[in-house]
Write a protein that binds this ligand. Structure first.
Ligand SMILES: Nc1ncnc2c1ncn2[C@@H]1O[C@H](COP(=O)(O)OP(=O)(O)OP(=O)(O)O)[C@@H](O)[C@H]1O
Ligand SMILES: [Mg+2]
Length: 232
């Protein structure tokens, strides 16, 4: 059974169909890519899945439960946690404090936070303030904040944008490590090299519609996908 299932989801802003009748399934323990040109509806779809927007029509199921129209905190508690396209760490707080403030029960989450520091390679820099980390490391820290909630599914909105190649490598290793420990990841990313390295499957949006789905090598040979990207 799919972990996440979208059935004919649509959302308009005024006359613009930002997401148009999109259906997709994300099986458990898989890295799924969501790509498409600027304005194709990727972030809107994530906002719908995570309860920030209510779809005009269609349904969303997580672990078989209908979560359509549920509030963001409800969906996060069910196990879907996301990061934002623009980084939201507390710049004046330390690495450790940033992780601690994402926790609702610091005693319970202590061991997990130590494990996250390991995963992110922040050992020895727990007390560094976030604003003295590079932009890329701040983005890794934001993923760390999402992981404190121990989500079954993690949604990353453009995690590689604006970060150095070295941090991109750390990011790809992190995503592979998260898959190894059983997590499911939905990742929006413009960097197709990153998508090709980490994704088991890819869904392609264009003008709000799903135009292709398959492995990276399949979708990269798809004529509709090539036209959508070159026609940009
Ligand atoms: N809150 C909103 N109000 C009005 N229009 C919106 C809103 N959010 C998104 N849109 C419009 O919906 C369309 C899809 O936007 P969305 O942000 O989902 O695209 P995207 O695929 O994430 O693009 P990008 O790659 O640039 O991040 C765009 O035309 C955008 O201008
Ligand atoms: Mg976006």
């Amino acid at each position: 059974m799919a972990l996440l299932q979208l059935v004919q989801v649509s959302k308009s802003f005024g006359g613009l169909k930002a997401v148009n009748n999109v259906s997709m399934e994300v099986p458990p323990n898989l890295v799924m890519g969501l790509i498409g040109p600027n304005g194709s509806g990727k972030s809107t779809l994530v906002n719908i899945i995570t309860g920030f927007y209510r779809p005009d029509s269609g349904d969303i199921f997580f672990k078989g439960e209908k979560i359509t129209g549920r509030r963001p905190y409800y969906i996060a508690n069910k196990g879907i946690v996301r990061t934002f396209q623009l980084t939201r760490v507390f710049k004046n707080l330390t690495v450790l404090q940033n992780l601690m403030t994402a926790s609702s029960d610091k005693e319970r989450d202590k061991a997990r936070i130590a494990q996250i520091i390991d995963l992110l390679n922040f050992n020895g820099r727990e007390n560094t303030t976030a604003d003295s980390l590079s932009y890329g490391e701040q983005k890794l820290l934001e993923i760390g904040r999402a992981l404190v909630k121990d989500p079954e599914m993690l949604i990353l909105d453009e995690p590689a944008s604006g970060i150095s190649p070295m941090i991109v490598d750390r990011l790809t290793h992190l995503i592979k490590d998260l898959k190894k420990i059983g997590r499911t990841i939905l990742v929006i990313e413009h960097n197709l090299n990153v998508i090709s390295r980490i994704c088991d499957r890819v869904v392609v949006l264009n003008h709000g519609q799903k135009i292709a789905e398959g492995s990276f090598s399949e979708i990269s040979r798809d004529q509709n996908v090539i036209t959508a990207y070159l026609g940009e």
